[in-house]
Write a protein that binds this ligand. Structure first.
Ligand code: NAI
Length: 328
């Protein structure tokens, strides 16, 4: 039998945590034959609710779930971690400036990065979900100098999935016929969902749509503002779809992209496509054997260039701000 994989989830008592843990435990994160140990990391106020969730996990009698540990100590929570899902974060509250938001999250992601550095397994893979996800991932990565930088990733898979769904609805195509969609940049309102290289049943998606006004005025803003639309409709932010995207992100990273397709991940830039090295930006990537590679050689037209640059500019500003705050 296989050795269990240690999966740490922070913010385990939150709404994404509740939608996420049961799918990890039922084998959707890593595969149907991979046993898991869960480590739930919460702040002290969240421990009791996390214990309640753990009771329900027990009650599912999941064959793959070996044990559950609940803690508010990051060193314990990340001990031996092979996969870490950093979901718990400090949300922006009314009147909060960007600097306040970044420093509040720095207070979470810097110590967690250090705890990962000091305690996680050598093959640790980190996905940051908690917002601002890209810059939180940068903060954690900077605090973990002994871990290869490329192990720190940020989630843009929800944006990727949202874009596929919008494109499928518009064109009447099946979701499974849509390939090679890309989210570029930041997981924020400046993100750029790019269909110029996407395919719908083998045909170029931009040509199938053939409507630049729809792209600029409907598709891109609908995808970028979907989070706000969900809050408006549901009275709470995306949770099950965010958890689903986190599952997809890690599953694809570990198990690989399909031939002829790619996915979107926020990853440390190597300078590709003019994105400054080091910032954590979303790119088109293929994955294989637990490693990802940026898809190279795509032609970036003017429409795309302007939008990628705008999102990357926001990321460099966030990086400069956390640098000034001494967080990286
Ligand atoms: P929530 O407020 O329901 O849960 C957050 C949980 O994190 C709480 O239980 C809280 O006690 C815990 N927490 C706070 N600080 C912590 C720390 N230092 N260590 C461990 N746990 C800590 O929030 P929800 O809805 O689960 O969302 C979590 C984060 O995910 C938010 O930042 C949200 O903006 C982000 N998000 C990101 C998406 C993406 O696409 N990247 C999509 C949707 C949400």
């Amino acid at each position: 039998t296989r050795t269990p994989v240690n999966v740490t989830v922070t913010g385990a008592a939150g709404q994404i945590g509740y939608a996420l843990l049961f799918r990890i435990a039922s084998g959707h994160l890593l595969g149907p034959d991979v046993p898991v140990n869960l480590r739930l990391l919460e702040i002290p106020q969240g421990l009791k609710a996390a214990e309640g969730t753990a009771m329900e996990l027990d009650d599912c009698a999941f064959p793959l779930l070996r044990n559950i540990e609940i803690t508010d100590d990051a060193n314990v929570g990340f001990a031996g971690a092979n996969v870490a899902l950093l979901v718990g974060a400090r949300p922006r509250t009314k009147g909060m400036e960007r600097g306040d938001l970044l420093s509040a999250n720095g207070g979470i992601f810097k110590p967690q990065g250090k705890a990962i550095n000091d305690n996680a397994a050598d093959d640790i893979k980190v996905l940051v979900v908690g917002n601002p996800a890209n810059t939180n991932a940068l903060i954690a990565q900077a605090a973990a100098p002994d871990v290869p930088a490329e192990r720190f990733t940020a989630m843009t898979r929800l944006d990727h999935n949202r874009a596929i769904s919008q494109l499928a609805t518009r064109t009447g195509a099946a979701v499974s016929d849509i390939k090679r969609l890309t989210i570029w940049g930041n997981h924020s309102a400046t993100q750029y969902p790019d269909i110029f290289h996407a395919e719908i049943a083998g045909k170029n998606a931009a040509e199938v749509v053939n409507d630049e006004a729809w792209l600029a005025d409907t598709f891109i803003p609908t995808v970028a503002k979907r989070g706000a639309a969900i809050i408006e409709a549901r009275g709470a932010s995306s949770a099950a779809s965010a958890a689903n995207a986190a599952i997809d992100h890690v599953h694809t990273w570990v198990n690989g992209t399909a031939d002829g397709d790619w996915t979107s991940m926020g990853i440390p830039s190597d300078g590709s496509y003019g994105v400054p090295e080091g910032i954590i930006s979303s790119f088109p990537v293929t994955t294989k054997d637990g490693k990802y590679e940026i898809v190279q050689g795509l032609d970036i037209n003017e429409f795309s260039r302007a939008r990628i640059d705008a999102s990357v500019k926001e990321l460099t500003e966030e990086r400069d701000a956390v640098r000034e705050l001494g967080l990286i």
